[in-house]
Design a protein around this ligand. Sequence first.
Ligand code: ADP
Length: 489
Amino acid sequence: MTTTLTEQILEQTNPLYIGGEFVSAGDGQVIDVINPATGRWVGCVPKGGRKEAEQAIDAAHQAFPLWAGLTPQLRADFMQAWAKKIRNNIEEIAYILTAEQGKPLYESREEAEGAAQFIEWYAEEGKRLYGETVPASATNKRIIVIRQPVGVTALITPWNYPATMVARKAAPALAAGCTLVLKPASQTPLTAVALVRLAHEAGMPAGVINLVTGTASLIGQEFMANPLIRKVSFTGSTEVGKELIRASANQVKRLSLELGGNAPFIVFPDADLDAAVAAAVGNKFENCGQMCNGINVIYVHEKIADEFSHRMSESVATLRVGHGIVEQTQLGPVIDQRSVDHIESLVQAAVAQGAQVLVGGHRMKESPYDQGSFFAPTVLVNVHDDMQLAQEEIFGPVAPIIPFQGEDEVLEKVNRTPYGLAAYLFTRDVRRVFEISERLQTGMVAVNSASLSVPQAPFGGIKQSGYGREGGHHGLEEFTNLKYISLTL
Ligand code: ADP
């Protein structure tokens, strides 16, 4: 009898995946996964540590010569087979993703599809990993530059996008010819288990993809200490990112880091206000505000600030909060109670300093929200830049609005943050589009929209938002070494 992916994974003790085999961790300890909408147990994964990480690294090391030695076309065939499996299981993946992460089913479906798109795009891009020939300084010399896979890579992913984060890292690594060990977040490992199962079913050669779950600090230590790991790609907090930078020094290990953000959304008086409000609501409340490139503070020109706040509040008041598994839900819970506590304390501190709540502003405790971690979608005005929620990433469904008067003033305010991931700009003035985009200290700017993540563009930040890019040929190059060959004829 065949079982579905959800039957295999939900309410089960899931295995690790090492060297093409599903195995349990040595001492049988597990990490429980909890549904943030209901507080209920949805399954568990092994609590692995250094030993399991080492086994996975060894398996990836063994598989590396075979995988790196395939033609790009053959690697693409394996990757496309994996993407096809994902496409054929969108509903199952979405169900698992919503059960462990909480987001609405329609967002989970889009995410699962996004994961397939990244894998498909990189399967093809791997065929274009071109080198260069460079004019030499002597007629009997040739200079050739080639790109080679870095080797075994470690991928550490966060809980907010449990499917796309895996694909955004695994796809360029595989396309470049690297083998990998994946360590998903402990809050949401089951989507990663599902994706890895599908890779296995798609015929991915043993050891090319390995999965370890468990104690993050121990697994991280093994990644940094084991010389076989040549590169670590990490998405998560700035704090852990800095720890990894320090640990990378010993072996001069390569890193790509996508860390915290504090994205401003800036609206000028000449903007299409309907489009700006729709984009602000769409971005701010996607995934319940838990997006690294999510809007943190909305800056609106003082001429239109009241109108914008009014329209935004009207729109936010209609959002349907609920369990992600209910089809009509537009906004799910945040990831856990600790997160609700943090969001509540930020809002309360702002209100104590004079902020005014236009919508929401409180945690949700009544049924059907009483067992989960829900915070009401919130719009705040009378907010100042020095309030804590304007300074740090809120990571929740709270939209603070701050009026501004001029271009220099707003740029000075938004560039003051130590972060520099994304910024959003609404204006129809062409001069302003270029000038402000160029003066914003971020890795990405979206003009007249608020969405950025696509496979073909380089996603990533500057300053304390990290370094390295995911997406585009830049993302592929992250997993390669340049080699220059000097040839004398
Ligand atoms: P968040 O605040 O989003 O949970 P974290 O940085 O804590 O961000 O987690 C992001 C990912 O990094 C998760 O997979 C987590 O398990 C992992 N992680 C946490 N601490 C460490 C560490 N010391 N070394 C390596 N990975 C870690």
